[in-house]
Design a protein around this ligand. Structure first.
Ligand code: MG
Length: 287
C-alpha cells in the first residue's frame, strides 16, 4: 500500500526529517496551520518599478484555494499593508476567509474578515531622511536610482540605476549613516536599501501571529534578507516543538535562504506551483 504522506512528500519536494514531520502536521491538522508568505519575489515577480508589481496569477489562485483549506493564510511584507492588498487584489479573492496582511514588517495590518486597515502614525523624521537621501544620490552623481516613500519607510532602489551594483555599494555607507543619525534602521534587499524604524522584523511579526492564531504548525516562505528573521523564528519554534516548514523562493540575486530552506523553488511561478500542489493534497484529504 502506498503511504499517502510519502506521495505528498514527493509531490511537494519535502525530504528532511523535520520538514516531513511538519508536512505531516499540516496535512493532519490544516485548521491548526499558519501559512505565512512574503510578497515581493515570493508571490509577485520582482520588476524594475515596484509600484507596477502584481501577484503571480497562479499564486493568487493558490491563496484563494488555501484560504479555504488552512487555518490562517498571512502575508508578511515590507510593503505598506494597503499596497500589498492592492497589488495582490487580495480584497477581490473569494476564498480568503480571515486572511491577514502584515505590512511594513508587522507595523501595519489588514484583516480580510473586516476589510479594515490598522496603520499607525508615520515617524516624523521620514520626510527629512528622504530629502537627505536625495542629496546623497545627487552628491554621488548616481543616475537612475529611485526613491520610494512608503510612509513609514523609504526604499532606495538601484535596479533601474545606470550601474545597479556599483550604485548599491556606494550608497550603503552614507544611507546607513543618515538612517542611524535619525534613529532608523537599514534593511538591505535585492537592489534596494530600505530605511525603516528599528524594532520590527518579520520574525517578531510571525511570532505574534503564531500566538494570536494558536498555530499548531507553521509554513513560511520568503526570498530575501528581510525574511531571515522569520526563518530564524521558524527554527526557534521547531526547537520548541512546533512543526515548521521553510520555503525559499530562489533568485540569481539572493541565495541567503536557499541553504536554510526545506523546499527551494525558483521564483514566484514555481512557489505558486508548490502552493497549488499543497492545496491539491489538502483537497484530496478533505474529500
Ligand atoms: Mg521578498
Amino acid at each position: 500500500m502506498v503511504d499517502v504522506t510519502d506521495s505528498a512528500a514527493d509531490a511537494l519536494g519535502v525530504t528532511s526529517e523535520a520538514a516531513r514531520h511538519a508536512l505531516d502536521a499540516v496535512l493532519a491538522d490544516p485548521a491548526g496551520t499558519l501559512l505565512a508568505l512574503d510578497f515581493d519575489g515570493t508571490l509577485s515577480p520582482i520588476i524594475d518599478r515596484p509600484e507596477d508589481a502584481v501577484i503571480h496569477p497562479c499564486a493568487a489562485a493558490a491563496l484563494d484555494r488555501l484560504g479555504q483549506l488552512i487555518g490562517t493564510v498571512a502575508i508578511i511584507t515590507g510593503r505598506p499593508a494597503k499596497a500589498a492588498v492592492d497589488l495582490g487584489r487580495l480584497d477581490q479573492l473569494d476564498g480568503l476567509g480571515d486572511m491577514v496582511v502584515l505590512g511594513q514588517y508587522g507595523a501595519e495590518r489588514w484583516d480580510a474578515d473586516t476589510g479594515r486597515f490598522y496603520i499607525p502614525p508615520v515617524p516624523t523624521n521620514i520626510g527629512q531622511v528622504e530629502s537627505e537621501v536625495h542629496k546623497i544620490i545627487d552628491d554621488l552623481g548616481l543616475r537612475g536610482v529611485s526613491i520610494e516613500n512608503k510612509h513609514r519607510a523609504i526604499g532606495v532602489h538601484t535596479r533601474t540605476a545606470d550601474d545597479p551594483a556599483g550604485s548599491f555599494d556606494k550608497l550603503v555607507e552614507p544611507v546607513t549613516r543618515i538612517a542611524e543619525e535619525n534613529g532608523l534602521h537599514v534593511e538591505p534587499g535585492r537592489s534596494v536599501l530600505e530605511i525603516r524604524p528599528s524594532g520590527r522584523d518579520k520574525g517578531a511579526a510571525l511570532a505574534e501571529l503564531i500566538i494570536e492564531r494558536g498555530a499548531r504548525a507553521v509554513i513560511f516562505g520568503g526570498d530575501d534578507l528581510g525574511d531571515v528573521p522569520a526563518f530564524d523564528e521558524v527554527v526557534r519554534q521547531r526547537d520548541a516543538g512546533l512543526p515548521g516548514l521553510l520555503i525559499a523562493s530562489a533568485s540569481d540575486e539572493q541565495s541567503a535562504l536557499v541553504g536554510r530552506a526545506d523546499v527551494v523553488r525558483h521564483g514566484p511561478a514555481e512557489v505558486a506551483e508548490w502552493l497549488n500542489a499543497l492545496a491539491d493534497e489538502l483537497e484530496r484529504r478533505a474529500a
